[in-house]
Design a protein around this ligand. Structure first.
Ligand SMILES: Cc1cc2nc3c(=O)[nH]c(=O)nc-3n(C[C@H](O)[C@H](O)[C@H](O)COP(=O)(O)OP(=O)(O)OC[C@H]3O[C@@H](n4cnc5c(N)ncnc54)[C@H](O)[C@@H]3O)c2cc1C
Length: 415
């Protein structure tokens, strides 16, 4: 067994951290694996919190990363309700809130992200909720009755999914967003409009291109006042205006931080022996030649184990295609790629049918692709994303052209 006598510490007991611990054991690491988490529960996945868990269709165990006995069985020392308050890189130790110091040989930071707070009058009233943890989801769930009037502030992924779940539970829902359509920052105006129409069709009262001026109420929330003067009655307000990486520890320890903890393609930070993965990591992506901080389930799922192998000294390069998914009402989708900017959007299929593809092109090459309601296109889309040559937009749009053939035509995969 390798590493006997060594201690690998992981700070952040969620998806990335738990998957890293699992990978350390799977790779045969025989030393101590110590996983610290500030939440009271064992690691769980967050996507169900705005979907099945929020709607009461799945319980906590279905969201948990591992069964309850997994950690003991694999000799992983899981400490819940145990925040780490300091890292001492020179002394190779972390300090817990109890004051106890724990020495490490390698350290992994998977501290994730936390919701960005809304800074308007009334934002601290009872009934103004954020959604990141199971406790948040439980609190929100109690408010989502069929009599509830819910105002969702921010039509990003969390806001859009919460709005859908709230409607599915029978609540009246209004949605407020500064952009012109939901999800515009990632999908652009054209594809965002498909989601606007979806929410409109499900009876969401939409307010786009407008900000929130104040949240009003005596002790608990009663209404949301918008910058155009509209007053939306609400007894529950859900704020989904983005997240911020939890870099406090890293920053205080002197690690390089820039929109997350900066790591190289091996997921190692600026301090040798300290690694970072998941939502908190701003990782150099060799295929894109730039740093990308992903706030996606799949990045936590895959970067955790990649960082674990890197900690063991394996030559790991994290270069997976970014991937995320979203479910709203009965429209499920997967998005692959990275298109912070694009010059053309190509649709294939009719969005109103609930089964279609979208492509975001940059310099005539596919930078990102989305399959909505179609579940067997993943490999072909991945091949198209990796193809090195320009592709004809009209051929891409034509459902009669086989996607795999188009990928072949577009050329050999990028290295
Ligand atoms: C409601 C919701 C729905 C989502 N839906 C989707 C989806 O449909 N598709 C998708 O791709 N992604 C989705 N995501 C995003 C996805 O869940 C995240 O990308 C993922 O959780 C990131 O995992 P992580 O382990 O990096 O960080 P996190 O899940 O944020 O976990 C970090 C953990 O570290 C702990 N921690 C922080 N600081 C300390 C400290 N000092 N000491 C000890 N512990 C600490 C935190 O308490 C937390 O438990 C969703 C997220 C949310 C909140």
């Amino acid at each position: 067994m390798q590493g006997t006598g060594q201690t690998f510490v992981i700070v952040g007991a969620s998806l990335a951290g738990a998957k890293a611990a699992e990978a350390l054991r799977a790779e045969g690491f025989g030393g101590r694996v110590v996983l610290f988490g500030e939440e009271s529960r064992r690691p769980y996945e967050r996507p169900p919190l705005s979907k099945e868990y929020l709607r009461g269709e799945k319980d906590f165990d279905a969201a948990a990363v591992h069964p309850a006995d997994f950690y003991e069985e694999h000799d992983i020392e899981l400490h819940t309700s145990t925040p780490v308050v300091e890292i001492d890189p020179a002394g190779r130790a972390v300090t817990l809130s109890s004051g106890e110091r724990v020495a490490y040989d390698r350290l992994l930071l998977t501290t994730g992200a936390a919701p960005r707070h809304l800074a308007v009058d009334g934002a601290d009233l009872d009934g103004v909720l954020y959604l990141r943890t199971v406790d948040d989801a439980d609190r929100l769930r109690r408010g989502l009755t069929s009599e509830a009037q819910v105002a969702v502030i921010g039509a990003g992924w969390i806001g859009a999914e919460v709005a859908a779940s709230a409607r599915q539970l029978g609540a009246a829902v209004s949605m407020v967003e500064l952009y012109r359509v939901p999800l515009e920052r990632v999908l652009g105006a054209e594809v965002g409009a498909i989601y606007r129409d979806l929410h409109a069709a499900h009876g969401v009262d939409l307010h786009f291109g407008v900000g929130v001026e104040a949240i009003t109420g005596r002790t608990s929330v009663e209404a949301v006042r918008l910058s155009d003067g509209t007053v939306l009655p609400a007894d529950v307000v859900v704020v989904g205006v983005g997240v911020l990486p939890r870099t406090e520890l890293a920053e205080a320890a002197g690690l390089v931080v820039d929109n997350g903890v900066v790591v190289d393609e091996h997921l190692q930070t600026s301090v040798p022996g300290i690694f970072a993965a998941g939502d908190v990591a701003n990782a150099h992506h060799p295929r894109y030649g730039t740093r990308i901080r992903l706030e996606h389930w799949s990045a936590a799922l895959n970067q955790g184990p990649a960082a674990a192998r890197s900690m063991l000294g394996h030559d790991v390069v994290y270069d997976r295609t970014p991937y995320f998914f979203s479910d709203q009402y009965d429209l499920g989708m997967e998005y692959r790629g990275w298109a912070p900017d694009f010059d053309q959007v190509v649709l294939r299929g009719d969005p109103s049918s609930g089964a279609f593809l979208c492509f975001w092109l940059r310099d005539s090459q596919v930078a990102a692709a989305m399959n909505a309601g179609i579940w067997d296109a993943g490999d072909a889309l991945e091949a198209l994303l990796r193809a090195a040559r320009p592709i004809d937009a009209a051929s891409l749009a034509d459902p009669d052209n086989d996607l795999a053939d188009l990928a072949d035509l577009a050329g050999p995969p990028r290295p």
